[in-house]
Design a protein around this ligand. Structure first.
Ligand code: SF4
Length: 173
């Protein structure tokens, strides 16, 4: 019956999880510093191309959280771009699978200088939970020249920002 259900839904709280809290001040401060460091090094904001070389998607979700409605870090200039041709940083997630090795090399070749490669997450570092599998070459470093490793399974948005900031501040000096 419609009416009892309607009455119930008007009197009860929705059966969903409460909305997450907005990001803390630390995340926002990191994003602001990253924007400043990127402007010093590149003269503009940082463009990031995410490359999935075989991840479980856990790291990807955290990267995407940077630009969701909660964090909304595009307001600080941080941009995820659709092509390596528009990117400064290749942010690679997952172990380097044999099937993705050539595609990853091509993505790097397409990225204009100056460019950096970040291995994002424990799998990208050394294969992580997939270590020893016949299907992988190893970590991202087995195929691409890695400039920075951000550990974690998966790394949080704050850890991702810290990693990007470390890279930009080191390059800006
Ligand atoms: S580090 Fe963890 S979350 Fe990231 S791809 Fe590997 S298993 Fe998934």
């Amino acid at each position: 019956m419609l009416w009892p259900r309607l009455a119930r839904s008007l009197t009860r709280r929705p059966e969903t999880e409460p909305a997450p809290l907005p990001p803390d001040e630390m995340v926002e401060a990191l994003a602001e510093r990253l924007e400043a460091a990127s402007r010093r090094r590149l003269g503009r904001s940082l463009a990031i191309r995410q490359v999935d070389s075989g991840s479980c998607n856990g790291c990807l979700l955290e990267i995407h959280a940077l630009s969701n409605v909660l964090h909304d870090l595009e307001r600080f200039g941080l941009r995820l771009v659709a092509s390596p041709r528009h990117a400064d940083v290749l942010l690679v997630t997952g172990p380097m699978t044999r099937n993705m090795a050539e595609a990853a090399e091509r993505a790097l070749a397409c990225t204009p200088d100056p460019k950096w490669v970040i291995a994002c997450g424990d799998c990208a570092s050394d294969g992580g939970v997939f270590k020893g599998s016949y299907a992988i070459e190893g970590g991202v470093g087995a195929v691409l020249p890695v400039d920075l490793v951000i550990p974690g399974c998966p790394p949080s948005p704050a850890q991702l920002l810290e990693g990007l900031l470390t890279l930009m501040e080191a390059q800006a000096e």
